[in-house]
Design a protein around this ligand. Structure first.
Ligand SMILES: Cc1cc2nc3c(=O)[nH]c(=O)nc-3n(C[C@H](O)[C@H](O)[C@H](O)COP(=O)(O)OP(=O)(O)OC[C@H]3O[C@@H](n4cnc5c(N)ncnc54)[C@H](O)[C@@H]3O)c2cc1C
Length: 331
């Protein structure tokens, strides 16, 4: 039975990011027959939470089909050395005989997985929107989302990162894992200062807000929002929906929103379950960043706006009327 490793990511709040569960679902394979090994870098904010979850024996982590959780430790500053993390994950992969290593296509995912692939001299598929781990096939969005490439990986260990929210997380009918399925693995690095790169500081740009790449719902304001102050209308609605707020490049260039909120070709790529584009025309460069959203809603005063040819639901209307009405209804 194939054994698939999933490198877990934790949120700043010390919880397992929900977006990991889609990766775990992909790792289980078509008929849920693969063994899934969740790998957790020791010292992660959510480390204790994971241990407690397994001990408690009833948690989302287990319900999504993880067979074993491996807490990875090493002799060195594991949290701040991507080289050490990559080497430790590789050592664990060899120790447990894993056939694939999957993770999220996030800032840290991009950092560590490239190192893992280079170190193992294996090909890597990054930012996949679908994956067949048994057949070693990855699907990627190409040319600003105009085409999808299906890639056959010629490898012995499949290495791939998956776009957050691109694969729907599906729970397993019953889970029999418990604290006994939690193991520790220690990597003995040749030196305690192993690695060429060291993280010395983390600066958070959007503290307290949901990151758009992780959010299951995004409400984006385009140029029509007119100023930064008006984003409050979207934020109020987003808070009720559990959504993050995004921006078009026109809105960012005009100084209404920071670049960290920008969706699109030169911004962030997102794949939420629901994407609400408010006063966004639907330019191809914007679409490139949100095309793989499951449901797209466009709100625009111009019935001929390109967004209406690309959305699932369209509302011809003024965002300053439609959004407050939606917020009121949600309340
Ligand atoms: C190389 C390159 C990279 C780019 N990268 C990106 C990118 O990453 N992300 C991105 O977004 N763009 C990007 N762009 C820019 C892109 O081409 C568009 O210019 C931009 O997306 C337009 O933003 P917008 O839809 O907010 O503004 P506009 O195109 O000006 O559209 C505003 C829309 O709001 C509607 N509207 C006006 N008032 C209201 C109202 N009260 N209620 C409802 N609707 C209203 C209008 O009808 C219009 O359709 C890039 C361009 C280039 C050349």
């Amino acid at each position: 039975m194939p054994k698939i490793g999933v490198l877990m990511e934790m949120s700043d709040g010390g919880k397992i990011k929900d977006t990991n569960y889609g990766v775990i679902t992909a790792a289980r394979g078509k008929d849920n027959s693969n063994e899934v090994y969740a790998m957790i870098i020791d010292g992660s904010a959510g480390n204790d939470a994971v241990k407690a979850d397994f001990a408690a024996f009833n948690n989302d982590f287990c319900c999504y089909g993880v067979n074993k959780a491996i807490i990875i430790t090493a002799n060195g500053d594991l949290q701040n050395s991507p080289d050490l993390q990559a080497s430790a994950v590789i050592a664990a992969t060899k120790e447990y005989g894993l056939n694939a290593i999957l993770g999220l296509s996030s800032a840290s995912g991009r950092d560590i997985f490239a190192r893992i692939a280079a170190n193992l001299d294996e090909p890597m598929a990054s930012d996949c929107v679908a994956i067949d781990v048994d057949a070693k096939i990855a699907v990627k969005s190409h040319f600003s989302g105009k085409t999808f490439a299906t890639i056959q990986l010629d490898c012995s260990t499949m290495i791939a990162t998956i776009r957050p929210n691109a694969i729907e997380a599906v729970k397993v009918a019953d889970s029999s894992v418990n604290a006994a399925n939690l193991e520790n693995f220690t990597f003995n690095a040749p030196t305690s200062d192993f690695g060429k790169v060291k993280r010395v500081e983390v600066k958070k740009g959007t503290s307290g807000k949901i990151d758009i790449t992780e959010a299951p719902i995004i409400i984006t304001g385009g140029r029509a929002i007119k100023n930064g102050e008006n984003y409050k209308i979207l934020e109020e609605c987003a808070a009720l929906l559990g959504a993050a707020v995004g921006a078009s490049r026109a809105a960012v260039d005009a100084g209404y929103a920071p670049h960290s909120m920008q969706v699109g070709q030169t911004g962030k790529t997102v794949s939420p379950k629901l994407y609400i584009a408010c006063g966004v025309s639907g330019a191809v460069q914007h679409f490139a960043g949100m095309k793989t959203s499951k449901i797209i809603v466009g709100i625009n005063t111009d019935k001929d706006a390109p967004i209406f040819s690309k959305c699932d639901y369209g509302i011809v209307g003024d965002i300053f009327e439609v959004i407050p009405a939606l917020t009121k209804a949600l309340k």
